[in-house]
Design a binder for this molecule. Structure first.
Ligand SMILES: [Zn+2]
Ligand SMILES: [Zn+2]
Length: 256
């Protein structure tokens, strides 16, 4: 079974010169990919890329939380009704780059989670240096969600354990492969195989051995191989399990 990339941003300008080539390569290597929205333009860009085996999510990233007013919510709800949309996201809290003030981020996060619950959609969560507050919000809201995916997991074992207890899926990006990422690797060891996901977050965070280059969806295979090693799994089995998890988390039919 071919693998999947559950989180990439192929609509971003880093792919303007060769987007169709990157997409063609991705679909040759992978069964499907999910292009993640981050504000109105990013959502429209993701929606434009929807086609067989290319899905989209729509949401306002914490960087853009200040834009999340009633009009934005109405637009988001309309975006979410379009074909190929599989989740609300990415949404969450980012206290590392406090582009929007914390209370504004939190309000936008809670309102979008409520929308996801109302629409019966899963949510893709971005949490950076905000794990305590992210958990406080998730504890209230995850029980109402179809599924919850913590993307580009950046926390430690404790945060992972607490989120697993809520029923979340935990997704690792290329940074888990970096030699100094011991905390992340410990967290990855703790995640049961049936809750584990992998992603690229392309164009960012290219894994070893392509670190530092522009990341693209096929690079998820390096991260998967690393995770299989870390968890003492046969790579093919773990890959098949991760595909199964992705299909379950995002309600996507299992590929052949
Ligand atoms: Zn993110
Ligand atoms: Zn992202």
């Amino acid at each position: 079974m071919r693998s999947v990339d559950t989180h990439c941003h192929l609509q971003m300008t880093q792919f303007d010169a060769d987007r169709e080539e990157v997409l063609a390569r991705a679909l040759e290597q992978l069964a499907f990919i999910i292009v993640i929205g981050d504000a109105v333009d990013g959502c429209l860009g993701a929606l434009e890329l929807v086609r067989p085996n290319v899905y989209a999510t729509v949401g306002f990233h914490p960087y853009h939380a200040v834009q999340y007013d009633k009009d934005a919510e109405n637009r988001l709800e309309e975006f979410a009704s379009r074909p190929g949309v599989v989740a609300i996201g990415e949404i969450g809290l980012d206290y590392h780059n406090e582009v929007s003030p914390r209370p504004v981020q939190r309000r936008a996060f809670e309102q979008q989670l409520a929308l996801a619950a109302r629409l019966g959609l899963p949510a893709v969560i971005h949490s950076r240096d905000a794990d305590e507050d992210t958990y406080a919000v998730l504890r209230e809201q995850v029980p109402h969600l179809a599924a919850c995916i913590l993307h580009c997991f950046g926390g430690g074992v404790d945060f992972a354990s607490k989120c697993l207890d809520l029923g979340c899926f935990i997704s690792f990006a290329g940074n888990v492969t970096f030699p100094k990422a011991i905390t992340l690797q410990e967290a990855a060891k703790r995640v049961p195989l049936d809750r584990l996901l992998a992603e690229t977050d392309a164009p960012y965070l290219a894994p070893q051995p392509v670190r530092g280059k522009r990341c693209e969806p096929g690079h998820v295979l390096h991260t998967l191989r690393f995770l299989a090693d870390l968890k003492g799994q046969v790579p093919e089995d773990m890959q098949a399990q991760v595909v199964k998890n992705a299909c379950k988390a995002f309600t996507i039919p299992l590929p052949d």
